[in-house]
Design a protein around this ligand. Structure first.
Ligand code: NI
Length: 133
């Protein structure tokens, strides 16, 4: 499990263009332009500063899986994504250890279509597991 590496911090925002500008104002650089994830109905982009990667996520309609989260949390960080070299093993192990998968692994178009899955821990809330290529 200690082979998990932090890939990014997921950040929910209401207006992605305004959020990009504001992060740039704080010194972040846009490393991947806004792309649309058709499966999750979100706009998504990546910014970097001081070796930290932030993913901005914004629902594009009310049926998006994150639309209700945005209503609840407003603009805020909401998950840490961990990159796994042994994705299937780590996914199985996390579930044995009390994490509940909220969906099946699906490709993330914004991350080279690599498989990702979201899990909920009763102690930590939501995490994302990303398969390392
Ligand atoms: Ni993420």
């Amino acid at each position: 499990m200690n082979t998990l590496k932090i890939h990014h911090i997921g950040y929910l925002v209401k207006k992605i263009n305004a959020a990009v500008k504001e992060f740039e104002h704080l010194g972040f650089t846009l490393t991947q332009d806004i792309t649309y994830d058709d499966y999750r109905k979100i706009d998504i982009c990546f910014l970097e500063k001081d070796g930290y990667t932030i993913e901005l996520v914004s629902p594009t309609d009310d049926t998006s899986v994150v639309a209700s989260l945005l209503k609840k949390y407003k603009n805020s960080p909401y998950h840490i994504c961990y990159e796994s070299e042994h994705f299937e093993e780590d996914f199985a192990r996390l579930q044995k250890e009390g994490y509940t998968a909220i969906d099946l692994p699906t490709p993330a178009p914004a991350i080279n279509s690599l498989p990702v899955v979201f899990l909920i821990s009763p102690k930590l809330g939501m995490i994302e597991l990303l398969k390392k290529p």
